[in-house]
Design a protein around this ligand. Structure first.
Ligand code: SF4
Length: 506
């Protein structure tokens, strides 16, 4: 028995040794082949000068995207979102302890740092009140009344996977916030959870277009008839790529996507870089009026702010046409970029960041006496409580975020959103990768994220001595200047008197 066993072990070892020798031989042959390829090619100097080992550079460069966040980057130094911010969202979404010990890792000295101004007699928990309801679109047939402060920014079905949209829809319903469809039309998955929906109208009018790409009133009416659809948002530009449209490659235009977007199956779905019908303030107001008339619901627009003369033209014209003609809301999108794929020059350099554009828009609205009429939604990397509180101090009515909600779904910032290889199943249509995203579990995380974000914004508001977050004002925050001293936001952006610019129009 022993001899048989020993002989069996020797046979296995012989086999493994033979396999090892063969693999080693194949490996050596492969190295020689790669060596010859590298020294004879002329495209890449590194590979020509350092054959074989030069290839590791490309591997490490690629893998660095994934690993530096774990091994090398400090808590506060990564972009677009650092580890401290991501961790806060993950913990909020999982509803686990968010407290820290032994002091802040945040450096409070660099210019641009924000502080909030605590008061000597903070609001007691029992005195705090819930956020009050806001009416959007008081002049349309079906105004939208909501208390929701933090909402889900535009991300299309197509850019996002089916389970991701389902998780957002159910999560938004639980949290009582709205979900913006993005420009890709209204899918059954947006509607599934029964949450409030903002239908976004991009330059290609996906979902409500005719054969020529113009708005089809009948299709618009069919979308508006859904009770979940509360508002319409005309997208003039978006944070990641102001001045550029998008493309959904034909390969991704499945039968389902083609039906939702009202385009042809298998053909590239292209959004032009501007609405062909909107060329000035007049035509923008005409378009708003038409959509409001057909849908009976509030209509606003989303824009990245660069030049502001067009806003002055628009607001002057509203004073002439009457305040009913105004957009019901403006979504100010910061140039900090969004979830969409975009060319680097636009991503890095185009448009004003939200820190500059939000005060500009709020002050112009005040100057033209439109601040109460036109609600302001701020969007631009506001994924943690400080960002939301800052936007409220400046004068926003609502905050919308896309990437905060992607983190709540489990996004690890692998930044592969445009490659159909998202490892967390959020932005891929690969069923194998989608399998890991459990929409029912993640919908709870979406709800937790909103609840905890609101709670922590409330902590800031109460420490500042106000009863609820929407009572935050510019006097409640300070920003560090070049000298290292901080200044009140009120001093940097003095509150403009309401209607002070109207005299110039009348
Ligand atoms: S994990 Fe997915 S959604 Fe998040 S950045 Fe990476 S590819 Fe995009």
């Amino acid at each position: 028995m022993d001899t048989a066993f020993t002989s069996w072990v020797y046979t296995i070892l012989d086999f493994l040794a033979a396999v090892f020798v063969v693999l080693l031989g194949l490996g050596l042959v492969a190295v020689v082949v790669i060596y010859i390829i590298d020294v004879t090619q002329t495209k890449q100097a590194i590979r020509r000068n350092y054959p074989v080992i030069g290839r590791f550079r490309y591997l490490f460069e690629h893998m660095g995207e994934f690993f530096r966040q774990y091994f090398f980057a400090m808590d506060r130094e990564e972009l677009p979102f650092n580890r401290a911010e991501r961790s806060w969202v993950y913990r909020a979404a999982k509803n686990v302890d968010r407290t820290l010990a032994f002091g802040s890792t945040r450096d409070l000295r660099p210019p641009g740092s924000i502080y909030f101004v605590n008061c000597a007699y903070p609001t007691r928990g029992e005195d705090a009140v819930a956020t009050s309801p806001v009416t959007i679109g008081p002049y349309c047939e079906q105004p939208y009344i909501t208390s929701s402060l933090i909402n889900i920014s535009g991300m299309s079905y197509g850019a996002l996977s089916k389970p991701a949209v389902q998780a957002l829809s159910y999560g938004a319903k639980k949290a009582g916030c709205w979900l913006n469809t993005g420009e890709g039309g209204l899918s059954p998955y947006h509607l599934e959870g029964g949450c409030d929906i903002v239908f976004q109208i991009g330059t290609a009018k996906f979902g409500i277009r005719d054969e020529l790409g113009h708005i089809n009133d009948e299709r618009l009416r069919k979308v508006a008839v859904h009770p979940e659809v509360k508002m319409f948002e005309i997208k003039l530009s978006q944070g990641a790529k102001p001045g550029k449209g998008g493309i959904l490659p034909g390969a991704k235009v499945t039968k389902e996507i083609a039906t939702i977007r009202a385009v042809e199956i298998g053909k590239d779905a292209i959004s032009p870089n501007r609405h062909p019908e909107i060329v000035d303030a007049d035509s923008l107001l005409d378009m708003i009026a038409r959509i409001r008339e057909v849908s009976g619901k509030p209509v606003g627009f989303k824009a990245v702010i660069g030049d502001t003369d067009w806003l002055e033209d628009l607001f002057r014209l509203i004073r002439v046409r009457g305040i009913e003609s105004a957009p019901d809301f403006i979504t100010v999108d910061g140039a900090e970029g969004g979830s969409g794929a975009a060319p680097k020059p636009l991503l890095d350099y185009m448009g004003l960041p939200i820190t500059e554009s939000l005060p500009e828009v709020v002050d112009l609205l005040r100057g033209y006496g439109l601040r109460e009429r036109v609600k302001v939604i701020a969007s631009g990397k506001m994924i943690v409580p400080s960002g939301v509180a800052w936007a409220l101090c400046i004068g926003a009515d609502f905050v919308a975020s896309a990437r905060g909600f992607m983190f709540s779904l489990g996004c690890i910032q692998a930044m592969q959103c445009n490659k159909n290889s998202c490892p967390t199943g959020i932005t891929t249509h690969d069923p194998k990768l989608q399998r890991g995203l459990n929409s029912s579990l993640k919908s709870v995380r979406v709800d937790n994220y909103v609840t905890n974000l609101l709670y922590d914004v409330g902590l800031i508001a109460h420490a500042c001595g106000v009863l609820e977050p929407r009572e935050l004002r510019r006097t409640h925050a300070r920003v560090v200047g070049g000298s290292g001293r901080s200044h009140s936001l009120e001093k940097l952006y003095p509150t403009v008197a309401s209607g002070s610019k109207c005299a110039t129009t009348e």
